[in-house]
Structure formats: C-alpha cells, structure tokens
Design a protein around this ligand. Structure first.
Ligand SMILES: Cc1cc2nc3c(=O)[nH]c(=O)nc-3n(C[C@H](O)[C@H](O)[C@H](O)COP(=O)(O)O)c2cc1C
Length: 386
C-alpha cells in the first residue's frame, strides 16, 4: 500500500494504449491510491468513460465545467500527482508549448504552475516519438518525470503497468538516497556439477529485489546483482545477472568500490563444485567434493569501507539466539546493520517473512510482506545510519 492516502489524477489521451488504463487504474488503487480519471475527447473514442468510471469508482472528467482542474491540481488542489498515461505526441507537445485546450492539457498546465508532481508515460509510433524529442526534453526540464516507453517493432510502446506505478511511487516518496550508489545482491546462486545439473537453494530473490526497488524509490542509483532479475527497465536501476557465487563475487567487487551502501541480501552458495565438462553418467553412485566458497561480505570488506547491510538466515534458533548470532556477525564484519531471520518457518521462497533488524541504536522485529519489510529495513537504515 505504498500509495495509501494519495489522490492521483489519471489523464488518458487518444492513444490505442488507452485500453491499458483500466488495469493501470485498478493497480494504482490496489496500491492504496484514490484515482480520478480525466479523458481527452480522442481518448473517449478509444475507450468508453464508463470503463474508467468502473475501474476508478469515481466520476470521469471528460469536460471541464466547474474548474475541476483548479480543485484538483491548483495551488490548494486536493490531488497529490497528475499521471498522464498514455500521453500522445499531441498532448505532450501542447503542454510543452503552453496550450490547454483539452481536460488533460488543462490539468497539466495547472499542475505545472502550482508545482504539483507530474508523471508522463508516452505511447506512440517511434517516428512520432523522435519528432517530439525536444518537447519531451522541455517537460523534463520543467521537472516532469517521463516514464521511458519500450522501443519495439518501430513503436514507442507504453511502459508496463508496474513500471508506471513504480514511477508514481518514486515521485511521491521522500528522497533520502539521492546521489547515493547502492549495490544490492539477491537470490540464490547455481553451482554447476555438469552442464545441466547444479546445486542451489530455495532463495527467490524477492527480499533483495524489494530492497533494491525501495532504494530506487528513495532516489538512489541502484545496481542489482542477482540470479533472479526483475523484468523492469528503469533509469538509474542497472541489473547484472549472475549464476555462480564466483560470478556474484566478481560483479560485487567490480561495482562496490564507488558505492555508498552495499546490501548483501542474496543467499549465495557456501560451497563451489568443480564442474564436469560433459553430463555425468548415471550408472553408479556419485561422490561430489564441495569446496568452501569465499564469503562475499568478507571479500568486500577488504576493499570497501562504506556502509554494509548484511543478512543472516538461520534455522531452529530461539529469538534470543538469533539476535546473538546476528550481533556477532555485525561486529565481525563491521556492518552498519544486520537483518536476521529463521527461515525454517518462512523467508526462503515465501512472499512474507519475519526478521529482526539490528543497528547500533535498535533491535526491531518486523513481520509482513517482503515489500513491507524491505521498506521498514531501509527506513531504519535512513534513520539510524545516514
Ligand atoms: C486508433 C488510434 C490510435 C492512436 N494511437 C496513437 C498513439 O498511440 N499515440 C499518439 O501519439 N497518437 C495516437 N493517435 C492519434 C491521436 O489520437 C491524435 O493525435 C489526437 O489528436 C490526440 O488527441 P489528444 O492528445 O487530445 O488525446 C491514435 C489515433 C487513433 C484513431
């Protein structure tokens, strides 16, 4: 519920991608926002306002009658943000040139003048996208967030619903991590026995991925080093896909030197295996020698003296024992913060978790969905360590 209590004006213009806005409106509401839809005349020829009335549970504005633009996005307007999605070449160019002759363009100029946040998600043919580059740049200079479209098949296609929601969340978030580079690891690693078999663990990568997104929302430049990459394509959010623990270590050492924070949320293998060149025959019992893998945090500490958040997964410990193990790790690896959990009940591969977060200043138990736990972990880091 990252948009809880927020009021979003969703302006829909005459692109075929308007058909996606029913899903978009519902997803914004699922994340806690109230949504008020505004449509251009051309948008109403592509989807009927009734569809958006149903999706938003609010009356749709297709015509300005009672200064709705001022009420919503004026200086004392009740809305928090204007999202124009999809934004046509026509609407973008009008806004950039101060024209306000449709409900979406009128909302946009009002929002610009009163300093309200604006997010624009363009959708059009690539040729049109290239032709309006200067107008888009003008909007960017005015502080408008542009959600990059996906360039595919000669088109600049509307970004995914999730990507647009992430941009909206980032626009409304506090930005404590602006100017900071954060390197995050997530997921398991794969230690290959032969070309088709490997040793791994149940880590889904969800916790680390949520931490990476949380840092991005707060303005950081994020590098996510993972075996389970996200499907998003976000600016200032680079993903490096790795397989083995040695791949992960190399990528971390390459990236961490100029970082401000390293979050070691992955569950890399503790062992490596010498890989056979071809598939091992299954005719007899097999003994595999497991060799100790290097500990990523310890290797990082040799070359990096910035902040580190470490994770510790244990099974079968009492809460007190878990806290003691975590405190030992914090001291041994000189961590700013350690997050520990007992993964026997939940944590590995589940969508929710229960962890204890420890800093110099506090010990706090956190339970909930991994997205909620990640938000709290980074909030504690910001409060206690920045
Ligand atoms: C079916 C259909 C699909 C369209 N798709 C797009 C589009 O994806 N992007 C775009 O910029 N214009 C598109 N157009 C053209 C716009 O609708 C046209 O430029 C219109 O003037 C936009 O008005 P508005 O910006 O006020 O909605 C499309 C037109 C039609 C009929």
């Amino acid at each position: 519920m990252k948009l809880k209590g927020k009021k979003i004006v969703l302006a829909v213009t005459g692109s075929i991608a308007a058909v996606e806005t029913v899903k978009l409106a519902r997803e914004l509401r699922r994340r806690g926002a109230e949504v008020i839809a505004v449509m251009s005349n051309d948008a109403t020829k592509i989807i009927h306002p009734n569809a958006l009335e149903f999706a938003t549970d609010n009356e749709v504005i297709t015509e300005i009658r009672r200064a709705e633009h001022v009420k919503l996005l004026g200086l004392n307007g009740i809305a928090d943000l204007l999202l124009i999605a999809p934004a046509t070449a026509n609407t973008i160019s009008k806004i950039a040139n101060g024209i306000a002759d449709t409900p979406p363009t009128l909302m946009a100029l009002t929002a610009l003048g009163s300093g309200k946040k604006i997010v624009v998600a363009p959708a059009m043919h690539k040729a049109m996208f290239d032709a309006i580059a200067d107008n888009l740049a003008k909007l960017r200079d005015l502080g408008v967030e542009i959600v990059p479209p996906r360039i595919e098949d000669g088109k600049a296609k509307l970004a995914s619903v999730d990507e647009i929601c992430l941009f909206v969340e980032r626009s409304l978030y506090s930005k404590e991590l602006v100017g900071k580079k954060v390197v995050v690891t997530s997921g398991s690693t794969y230690e290959h026995i032969d070309p088709i078999r490997f040793i791994s663990n149940r880590s889904s990568g969800r916790m680390g991925n949520e931490i990476a997104l949380e840092c991005w929302r707060r303005g950081a430049e994020v590098v996510l080093i993972t075996s389970k990459p996200l499907s998003y394509d976000l600016p200032n959010f680079r993903q490096i896909t790795v397989r083995s623990v040695m791949d992960m270590l190399k990528a971390v050492l390459d990236e961490v030197r100029d970082a401000d924070l390293f979050v070691s949320a992955a569950a890399p293998s503790d062992f490596t295996v010498d890989m056979a060149e071809s598939k091992i025959k299954t005719t007899q019992e097999l003994t595999i020698k497991l060799k100790m893998a290097p500990k990523i945090i310890k290797e990082v500490r040799k070359v990096y003296d910035g902040h580190i958040i470490g994770f510790k997964a244990e099974t079968g410990l009492s809460d007190e024992e878990l806290v003691r193990v975590a405190e030992d790790k914090m001291e041994e690896d000189k961590l700013e913060m350690v997050v520990a959990n007992d993964v026997k009940e939940k944590g590995m591969g589940t969508s929710d978790t229960r962890v204890v977060a420890i800093t110099e200043k506090r010990k706090e138990w956190i339970e909930g969905l991994k997205s909620e736990v990640a938000e709290r972990i980074i909030q504690i880091y910001v409060e206690d360590c920045l």
